[in-house]
Structure formats: C-alpha cells, structure tokens
Write a protein that binds this ligand. Structure first.
Ligand code: IPM
Ligand code: MN
Length: 372
C-alpha cells in the first residue's frame, strides 16, 4: 500500500515522540512492503513563531491532500498563562479538526497486563478494563457562538448540536460496539441540557437499527464516578465534545500513564492520529517522554487502512518493550531508557517479529499472547 502521510510534529515533546512513531512505520513499510511518504507541516506554537498563525493555510492544504495526518502535540506555557492572548496554539488543532471534518475522536483505554501495578487505582478495580470513547469532535460548546460583553464582565459559549452531527458519530460508535462486546453507553446530562435530550432521542432511534447492541444511558457526573469505581463495566462510550474531553483524561489515569494512550480522529475524507497527551514542555529535549502513545497512534493509523497484521505487529512490539521493561521513567522511575531507546527497541522488534502473524487480536489485547 502507498500512503501519503502529513506529519505535524508540533510543540514540546511532539517532535521527539512523533519521530519514534515514524521509526515504527518505517519498520512496517520495510517488513511488509509498503510505501509511506511523509511531508512535514508546521502547527501550534511552532507555527505561530514562524508565521503568526497556529494553522497556516499551507499546513491545512498539506493535510487535505494527504491520506492521513500523524500529529504530535501542541501547546506552550507562554500562551497557557495568558488568557488574553489573541492567538493560541490550541486554535490550530481546533481549526484542523474542523477543516478536515474529523468529527469522531476515538480514544481506547486499556489496562496493559504488565503495567497493572502502575495505576493509582487498585488492581482488582482496573483488571480487565478495555473500553473506547467515541467523542464528538467538531461541534458542541467548543464550536458554538462565543460572546463577551463590551465591558468584559459577561461571557457565553453556546452548546449546539444538530441531529445530523449526532447521527454520523452514533453510527460509528454502534458499529464499533457491534464488533466488540456489544454495549454502548451514551454519556450526557439529559436531566438538565436540551442538547443532551436531543442526543438521547437521536441515539435511541439509531439504536433500533443495531438490535444486538445493548444501549444504556449515564449522566456525565455519574459516569465520572463509575469510571473510577468500576471501569471494566464499559465497552463503547459515546459522548459529546466537552464531556469526552474530560472523561478521556480521567480514563487515561486508569492505565497508569497518560503517555500510553493513542487516539484517532476520523471524518468522511480524512483521518488524524495523535497521542492524547499534551506537549509536556518540561520534558522537551530531555529524551524522557514516553513514545508509546505516539507509536500506538501509528498502530491505529495502520488499522484505519485495514492493515491489521501490521497494526498488530506494532502493538506486539510495544507489549514486548513493556514486558522487558524497556520503558521510560514515567513507567519505571529507575529506568535507564529514554525516548529514543524505547523507540529503537520497538522498531527493531517490529522488524524481527514474524512469529506474531497467527495470533488473534483478542488474545493479544487480553494479554494471553505467549510471545510477549
Ligand atoms: C484534547 C485537548 C484539546 C481539546 C485542546 C488542546 C484544545 O485537550 O485533544 O483533548 O480540548 O480537545
Ligand atoms: Mn483534552
């Protein structure tokens, strides 16, 4: 397969972790006979410094003309501490999502068996956790009209959703549930918000076309509690933009490090793959950032294009790194391995492994694989 991949490394640790993901994609290309062509574009604070714009036109065009986007991270403390700043790195990411029509953000949360002790939660609570959040990404309060009164004392952000926006992501979430454990939970605040009541009506109606998927509803405050009390009850969680933002950060601590979690943002014509962590400016250039979320995002990219075996090869190599404790210091405080070394180990193991091919995905994810 030939793929044109736009690479937006962004700010902070973005470049170093994305470089490790590219190493792994190169190992896949070589081993499985694919051609991946990469073109870099600037985004975020790095783009503001160069052009004054967090998403220059050229970068958006590059992404539109590519098959997929590999994204690092954006954000810089010099903007975080200044709420009055007119231009912010995050605007680049939001415009990119909107501009590419990436309405569905997919965030899997899984507890890796070999890292179960890393979680701040008790093992008996988190064992078996394996859910995926479908977060709506181009609507809701993030994109509704914003106002600020002239005297600066009143502000508002409108949370608006249309039936069409709800239904396109709902179909993707139901299809995902159908291929998993057949449970879908819609998270909302339907006891208070009109927009949530619309979500319930639309999703209930769509559910009739997926009779084998069990649909349930949970208010977001309760969902925040249930995620910590009993995360293994969830299979697919479907929710609107801001609830999904918050719950996915909460979900990320279950596995022990936010440095492990990948994501995919997909639309009808484009797809982007990025770690869910931010730019972690304190770690920039220190070779300590965990590259695994970026590498697993590359695995999601492969999966998205139907390259299942290739995706599995990446995941297995990641498991092997964890099993052998070739991990960064967030996972093992005494670790002598840095970002590059972990990336090299994983890429080299992709190149070497041809014994994985007959393993089935479920066994791999459940940690039952014999080769790790
Ligand atoms: C995320 C981030 C973004 C969001 C920020 C950087 C705008 O937190 O991808 O979850 O809120 O969507
Ligand atoms: Mn977030």
């Amino acid at each position: 397969m030939k793929l044109k991949i736009a690479v937006l490394k962004g700010d902070g640790i973005g470049p170093e972790v994305t470089n490790q993901a590219i190493k792994c994609l190169n190992a896949i290309a070589e081993n499985f006979g694919h051609t991946f062509d990469y073109t870099e574009g600037v985004v975020g604070a790095a783009a503001i410094d160069q052009t004054g714009d967090p998403l220059p036109e050229a970068t958006l065009d590059l992404c539109k003309n590519s098959d997929a986007v590999l994204f690092g991270a954006i954000g810089d403390p010099k903007y975080d501490n200044n709420p009055d700043s007119k231009v912010r790195p995050e605007q680049g990411l939001l415009r990119l999502r909107k501009g590419l029509g990436l309405y569905s953000n997919i965030r899997p949360v899984k507890v890796f068996p070999t890292l179960i002790g890393n979680s701040p939660l008790k093992k008996k609570i988190i064992r078996g956790t394996d859910f995926v959040i479908y977060r709506e990404l181009t609507g809701g309060i993030y994109f509704g009209e914003k106002t600020l009164s002239e005297d600066g004392t009143e502000a508002s952000d409108l949370c608006i959703y249309s039936e069409a926006e709800i239904s396109r992501i709902a179909h993707l979430a139901f299809k995902a549930a159908k291929n998993r454990r057949k449970k879908l939970t819609l998270v909302d605040k339907a006891n208070v918000l009109e927009s949530s009541r619309l979500w319930r009506r639309v999703v209930t109606k769509i559910g009739e076309s997926y009779p084998d998927v069990e649909l349930s509803f949970l208010f977001v405050d309760n969902a925040a509690m249930q995620l910590i009390l009993n995360p293994s009850q969830f299979d697919v969680i479907l929710t609107e933009n801001m609830f999904g933002d918050i719950l996915s950060d909460e979900g990320s601590v279950i596995g022990g490090s936010i440095g492990l979690l990948p994501s995919a943002s997909v639309g009808d014509d484009n797809a982007m793959f990025e770690p869910i962590h931010g730019s972690y400016p304190q770690a920039t250039g220190k070779d300590i950032a965990n590259p695994i979320a970026a590498i697993l995002s590359a695995a999601m990219l492969l999966d998205h294009f139907g390259l299942d075996e290739e995706s599995r090869a990446v995941v297995l190599a990641v498991f092997k790194a964890m099993k052998k404790e070739i991990v960064t210091e967030d996972l093992n405080a005494d670790s002598e391995f840095g970002t590059e070394a972990v990336g090299d180990f994983i890429a080299n193991n992709i190149a070497m492994s041809d014994d994985h091919i007959s393993l089935n995905r479920e066994n791999i994810w459940l940690g039952k694989s014999t080769i790790i």
